[in-house]
Ligand binder design. Structure first.
Ligand SMILES: Cc1cc2nc3c(=O)[nH]c(=O)nc-3n(C[C@H](O)[C@H](O)[C@H](O)COP(=O)(O)OP(=O)(O)OC[C@H]3O[C@@H](n4cnc5c(N)ncnc54)[C@H](O)[C@@H]3O)c2cc1C
Length: 150
């Protein structure tokens, strides 16, 4: 694909021919699972990709990781201010679960749902071709996968 498609672009061709690559093989997303994951496991608080990965079609994985880190750090700092015991630890976990779900739950679910339409070439073409005639629906779907600024 690099030779047949990407290198048709002279700028990318220059990069591929002259850059020092970090890995011998390219890192691609086809081996990555986008299934839902537990947010908290054995009291370990997950954040960023460990909490759940948004499908590449929706993008924004980096922004989501930053956003989740901000939510979690705010909760931990306020927990530290109050002092920790078993009860406050449970409250901290519940607060994180609630805020994370509110911020990312629907976005990840929508992303997974949309991604299902892009498994086969025919279905992908049909969906993209069809959505062209419904720009308001397209905007609505994109909005469901993107958050707002903090
Ligand atoms: C091919 C690809 C393309 C992508 N393209 C985009 C894009 O265009 N835009 C976008 O927004 N997002 C993109 N993403 C998603 C984005 O990269 C991630 O959502 C984001 O980096 C998640 O941040 P994170 O901090 O959770 O995890 P990471 O960025 O993966 O950071 C985790 C870090 O922990 C380190 N680590 C792992 N195990 C250990 C250990 N045991 N001890 C110490 N350190 C450890 C790793 O080395 C790594 O540095 C892409 C992802 C892939 C794979």
């Amino acid at each position: 694909m690099e030779k047949l498609v990407l290198m048709k672009n002279p700028f990318l061709k220059d990069v591929f021919e002259h850059a020092d690559f970090v890995w011998t093989r390219p890192e691609t997303i086809n081996e990555i699972a986008f299934d839902s994951k537990p947010l908290i496991e054995n009291h370990i608080l997950m954040c960023g990709d460990t909490a759940g990965m948004i499908t590449p079609l929706c993008g924004n994985g980096m922004a989501m990781a930053f956003h989740a880190a901000k939510i979690l750090s705010d909760i931990i700092i306020s927990g530290c201010d109050k002092g920790f015991d078993n009860q406050s630890r449970t409250q901290l976990e519940q607060a994180y679960q609630q805020q994370w779900q509110k911020q990312f739950g629907l976005r990840l679910r929508t992303g997974r749902y949309i991604q299902r339409f892009f498994g086969s070439e025919i279905l992908s073409e049909a969906v993209i071709g069809g959505l062209k005639y419904f720009p308001a629906l397209t905007r609505y779907l994109v909005k469901q996968t993107h958050g707002s600024t903090i």
